[in-house]
Design a protein around this ligand. Structure first.
Ligand code: CMP
Length: 502
């Protein structure tokens, strides 16, 4: 470098022209490179080289004008800018192209910054030494006071910086991962020089010093894959057969939209306690963010499912208070089933004796808001009368569900499968906490046999519902709705008679 510099000094005017021309050429190249995304990364390098060349031109000009005192400073600026520009270009080539392509991932910001700062520092030390005869390195190393002040001031910063570098190298997490560090849990927003930021479930931004992350255990829920196995515990009464309890809770897990099919969820009997049997549920989810919602839904639906199966969740035996075995939802506003069934206009023709006989055979089931009572396509042999709450009737499956209508206290459903033996024609889901009276096929047959006049209005209602479904499915192009209704009514009546052997 020095040889051509001396050559130029022999011919200062020519040298000046060449330096200015080279600076302009460099700026031109910068403009050209700036057009592409890759090329833009070299912008600072081109700018620095151009500044270096112009500083060289100024230094030569000053010497020409015999202002030699200021010239060495421009020499220093010239060599410094040129060297830093070249180092900058080399780092860009090495980190952005070579390392990124080999590693596949983008090289961390911290690594790039630290490499740049070290390289620039070395360049500045060499340039100051060779042009202005300033020995920066010895100035820093020989000044004990300066070293102590800088050392103490930077102790924490450097600790965090090196921890950040170690984290970058080890990569225990990357932005977007869900992690737990100590008591903090959240998604990683970014890792900087000094700190790493987590966004918690309740949208707090927690800033953790990198040094803390390298000391504490970091649990990464997103690695090696987003599958997360969660465990929930509950107690059931001693008199409930464990296999029944497991089966009921498995039903809840298998119908939950967020529980993964594989690995398969399981319910284990964990221990015998003083007054209950302890069970553990293990299930797998992909969306760790929704964990609390999923847990709450599984525990809620477990409560309802166990109640329907008459499995009690006992209180500790030591508690001294009178335990009422009825569930709060129904007991608070318990309705007389005779009154409920009497209010159903369809059953109006039944005599008091027939109704009393029916009431002895029905069961009361309760469902939590959102729970599915009957599912489209599944076989069904029960008829439901709504005692309290409301239900929505839906067509279609996950993702493409459309509401058909709402049913309230005194309404009934499930008659279509029961009447003709078809699979459930729609899904009925609890729109609020729901209490229903369930009539099974045998009891239903008794009602129809006791008073076959019920069949007429019942099949009319079922036909009306069938037509409403057809309209929803938009398949009425070739047949008018009245013609379709008449045809359905006729078909259904015949099929019901055949099905029940009437
Ligand atoms: P089933 O087919 O046994 O199960 C789903 C139930 O949803 C069905 O019986 C009817 O009781 C009810 N259902 C179907 N379509 C409608 C509708 N259009 N309006 C009200 N209830 C309906």
């Amino acid at each position: 470098m020095m040889t051509w510099w001396h050559e130029l000094r022999q011919h200062p005017v020519l040298g000046d022209i060449i330096l200015v021309a080279l600076a302009l050429l460099t700026l031109g190249l910068r403009q050209l490179a700036h057009r592409s995304r890759m090329g833009r990364r070299f912008d600072p390098a081109f700018t620095l080289v151009a500044i270096g060349l112009l500083s060289g031109a100024v230094a030569t000009g000053l010497r020409l004008a015999e202002l030699t005192a200021a010239a060495p400073y421009f020499d220093a600026a010239c060599f410094g800018a040129l060297a830093i520009g070249v180092v900058q270009a080399a780092l860009t080539l090495f980190i952005d192209f070579y390392l990124s392509q080999r590693g596949g991932a983008a090289v961390s910001l911290i690594f790039r910054d630290v490499a740049s700062v070290i390289a620039y520092f070395l360049v500045i030390v060499v340039v100051l030494r060779s042009t202005l005869d300033i020995n920066l390195a010895s100035l820093i190393t020989t000044s004990a006071v300066l070293t102590v002040i800088v050392g103490l001031a930077l102790q924490d910063v450097l600790g965090n910086l090196f921890s950040g570098l170690v984290l970058e190298l080890e990569q225990p997490f990357s932005p977007g991962d869900w992690v737990r560090v100590g008591t903090f849990e959240g998604t990683v927003e970014q890792t900087g020089w000094r700190t790493t930021r987590l966004r918690t479930r309740v949208n707090e931004l927690v800033t953790l010093p990198n040094a803390m992350l390298s000391k504490e255990a970091v649990v990464n829920y997103s690695r090696p894959d987003p599958l997360y196995g969660d465990t929930l515990r509950f107690d059931a009464a001693y008199e409930a057969p464990p296999n029944l309890v497991k089966e009921v809770v498995m039903g809840v897990l298998e119908t939950d939209p967020d529980v993964e099919a594989t690995p398969r969820a399981d319910v284990r009997l964990e221990c015998y306690r003083e007054s209950s049997i302890g069970y553990a549920i293990r299930y797998w989810i992909e969306d760790f963010r929704a964990l609390e919602t999923i847990r709450s839904r599984i525990l809620t639906n477990t409560w309802y499912a166990l109640r329907r199966a008459n499995v009690r969740m006992p209180f500790p035996a030591r508690d001294v208070f009178v335990y009422s075995s009825a569930p709060t939802m129904v007991s608070a506003r318990e309705v007389d089933p005779v009154a409920t069934l009497r209010a159903v206009s369809l059953l109006a023709p039944l005599s008091d004796a027939a109704l009393a006989q029916l009431v002895r055979q029905v069961h009361r089931h309760t469902f939590g808001k959102g729970e599915v009572v009957v599912r489209e396509g599944e076989p069904g042999d029960s008829f439901y009368v709504i005692e309290q709450g409301s239900a929505e009737v839906m067509l279609g499956h996950d993702g493409g569900m459309r509401a058909l209508g709402q049913l309230n206290a005194g309404d009934f459903f499930g008659e279509m499968s029961l009447l003709a033996g078809d699979p459930r024609s729609a899904t009925v889901r609890a729109a609020s906490d729901l209490s229903v009276l369930v009539v099974d096929r045998a009891a239903f047959k008794e009602i129809i046999s006791a008073d076959p006049a019920i069949l007429e209005p019942l099949s009319k209602i079922a036909t009306g519902r069938q037509v409403a479904q057809q309209e929803h499915r938009r398949s009425l192009e070739s047949l008018g709705s009245e013609a379709l209704a008449a045809q359905h009514a006729h078909n259904l009546r015949d099929r019901i008679r055949i099905f029940f052997g009437l």
